[in-house]
Design a binder for this molecule. Structure first.
Ligand SMILES: [Mn+2]
Length: 334
């Protein structure tokens, strides 16, 4: 994919507006989604360092759990996983969240809401919404905000934004990788991000437990539609034994890598009863349509859903939606 301009002109008004809010606000709450990924963590941290440089008060929050390997990232110790109802924020920024319940169920921190996201399914829940499904990652959107404000990109900000880009593109491999991704990444390296060090943190820092869980999932793959669909699952027994925080990173993406596979799904049995599923697809196949049928959403090639209820029944329902979708959409010409 090629975008012709580095700066997304269609969003210049909202980008300026967010700049004004950042300048006038004093006490900031920055929230990310549950089970944060690298884009979420990188975006939280980029805001933390930016706001600190601007002399503002800022607290970061995500419902967690935060994978162990992000703990090594500079600033990661600032991310809180319990929500402080008494924090008197005047601005709440939500990053990488397609809907508000991805952050805090029930609770509402005070202040004006700003929503910065690139999920196609975003429901524009905030007072100010900067939602660009064409953005590589939220880190890229934050880069546009910072440059429009003419604020300095410190090495900490650069590393955080680079983490966002690297992580959401799966190491500059996915279809959201374009010329802007590389331009912004190059800028971040110029400002002090260390590509090898960050890649090592993100991709070469697995716990032995997560490898064991992955081995179990890989040893029991289920194929449907003549191999066009593959799915696997991780049950509560396994999570109880090896720890939920050791959920194997990007496994569903690896399953998509099986030749002949067009859609991959990884199911997780959840503690409260029910399922969480990650879906990945190749090319023009849009798994967000399948996730949407189960109340979820996301990107065309990467989506997910979370549904309470009977695990096996929900899993089978989602598999049948995926089979139906594949039967409607003929094999991708490759
Ligand atoms: Mn993202």
């Amino acid at each position: 994919m090629i975008k012709h301009a580095l700066y997304p002109r269609a969003f210049s008004k909202v980008i300026r507006k967010i700049g004004d809010i950042l300048k006038s606000g004093r006490i900031f709450f920055v929230g990310g989604h549950v089970r944060p990924d690298g884009d979420c963590i990188g975006s939280l941290l980029a805001f933390y360092f930016l706001l600190k440089n601007m002399g503002k008060q800022a607290r970061l929050y995500t419902a967690g759990p935060i994978p162990e390997y992000f703990r090594l990232f500079p600033g990661a110790d600032k991310i809180e996983t319990s929500f402080d109802k008494n924090y008197p924020s005047d601005v709440c920024i939500f990053v990488d969240c397609g809907s508000r319940d991805r952050v805090i169920e029930g609770e509402r921190p005070p202040g004006i809401f700003v929503n910065i996201d690139h999920h196609k399914s975003n429901d524009e829940f905030a007072d100010v919404n900067y939602v660009d499904p064409e953005a590589t990652a939220v880190g890229e959107q934050i880069y546009h905000i910072i440059t429009a404000m003419r604020e300095t990109v410190t090495p900490d900000i650069a590393s955080s934004i680079y983490l966002s880009l690297l992580s959401d593109t799966g190491g500059f491999r996915f279809s959201n990788t374009d010329n802007v991704t590389f331009s912004v990444a190059a800028e971040m390296v110029k400002h002090g991000a260390d590509p090898a060090r960050i890649a090592e943190m993100v991709f070469e820092n697995r716990t032995p437990e997560s490898i064991t869980i992955k081995g179990k999932a890989l040893s029991d793959l289920h194929y449907e539609c003549e191999g066009r669909l593959v799915w696997s699952e991780i049950l509560q027994d396994t999570y109880k034994q090896f720890g939920e925080e050791n959920e194997p990173e990007s496994l569903v993406g690896e399953l998509r890598g099986v030749s002949g596979v067009e859609i991959s799904i990884l199911f997780h049995e959840i503690q409260e009863g029910g399922m969480r599923a990650g879906l990945r697809s190749r090319g023009a196949l849009d798994v967000s349509e399948i996730a949407f049928q189960m109340g979820g959403g996301g990107h065309a090639n990467a989506s997910g859903c979370y549904v309470k209820g009977n695990y096996a029944a929900l899993r089978d329902r989602l598999v049948s939606f995926a089979v139906e979708y594949l039967e409607k959409n003929k094999r991708e010409a490759r």
